[in-house]
Design a protein around this ligand. Structure first.
Ligand code: GUN
Length: 291
């Protein structure tokens, strides 16, 4: 029987483990604070940010929210980041991506104080990750590591195929999985839009992490029996529903389920872990800044 991995249940368990850390910080007079910055009218981005804020409020992390007009000059965002960098009540800063075209995304990520970079996207934190001395692990790949661990999926010696090479998921995922560690030691292949014969690669995998942002790119015919399938995709596709769309992963769930040993659903798979690891990083940031 294929296991449908319950991301909410795993996320709830990890979140419960964070409570003692919050109590320790509270005893020392610190309430962790996460600043979210939204410079977009995109409905999906608004939803993601409000879910992150809700999760902070539920756990007892202070959520400080800033919205900027998407047409505002890039300097307005840089100035806001400077203020947040200087604010001692703000331990973590998250600028929701994507940003408007006129804003240089890399310059924004480099403006955030690396000690407050709870996304782990600043080059200093990327460098620390790649060299095996991570400060903040990017939330989605870190969440996937936690999910594999919770499900008892062995990565040591496993052939893992990561489909997608984004800075947010694909690249940090590959980096984490090749590290010498209990949740690494995998042999990793990174595939992308120019990969020749993607199906041949995914059929050889023990674990497939689908993070290409292409609806239902991977179907059951591309998988071998016994594979663990982690679907990172959250794609809105037009549908005759109340909202006018439905959420679809990068994996064609029904056919993949027939082959997989275990598979994450969309929604309810990876997404809850991403939010939980953001809470984890915010608490870590507050602890490091309290030292
Ligand atoms: N947009 C999509 N995923 C992410 C993420 O993990 N962090 C930020 N800041 N923006 C995103």
């Amino acid at each position: 029987m294929t296991r449908i991995i319950d991301g909410n249940e795993i996320a709830d368990r990890i979140t419960a483990d964070l409570e003692p850390c919050l109590e320790t910080l509270a005893d020392a007079g610190t309430t962790p604070g996460l600043a979210t910055v939204l410079m977009s009218d995109d409905g999906a981005s608004e939803t993601y940010v409000s879910m992150k804020r809700q999760a902070c409020n539920d756990l007892g992390i202070e959520s400080i929210h800033h919205e900027l007009d998407p047409d505002a000059p890039a300097d307005a965002l840089f100035d806001r980041i400077d203020e947040l960098n200087d604010d001692p009540a703000v331990h973590g800063i998250l600028v929701q991506l994507p940003l408007p075209d006129h804003v240089d995304r890399q310059a924004v990520l480099e403006r955030i104080d690396p000690q407050k970079d709870v996304d782990g996207f600043h080059p200093e934190n990327v460098g620390r990750l790649v060299t095996g001395t991570p400060r903040f692990k990017p939330c989605t790949p870190h969440g996937i590591q936690k999910l594999l661990e919770a499900e008892g999926v062995e990565t040591e010696g496993a052939d893992v195929v990561v489909v997608g090479r984004s800075n947010i998921v694909g690249k940090p995922m590959a980096n984490l999985l090749v590290q010498k560690s209990d949740t690494g030691n995998a042999t990793v292949t990174v595939c992308h839009s120019r990969t020749d014969d993607l199906a041949a690669k995914t059929r050889d995998a023990d674990v497939v992490v689908a993070a290409a942002g292409v609806p239902e790119l991977i179907d059951g015919s591309m998988l071998s029996p016994g594979t663990t399938v982690i679907d990172v995709g959250v794609n809105r596709v037009d549908a005759d529903t109340e909202k006018g769309y439905e959420l679809v992963g990068d994996v064609e769930f029904e056919s993949a389920k027939e082959k997989a040993d275990a598979i994450t659903p969309v929604p309810g798979g990876v997404g809850p872990l991403t939010i939980t690891m953001l809470l984890y990083n915010t608490i870590k940031a507050a602890s490091l800044q309290a030292d």
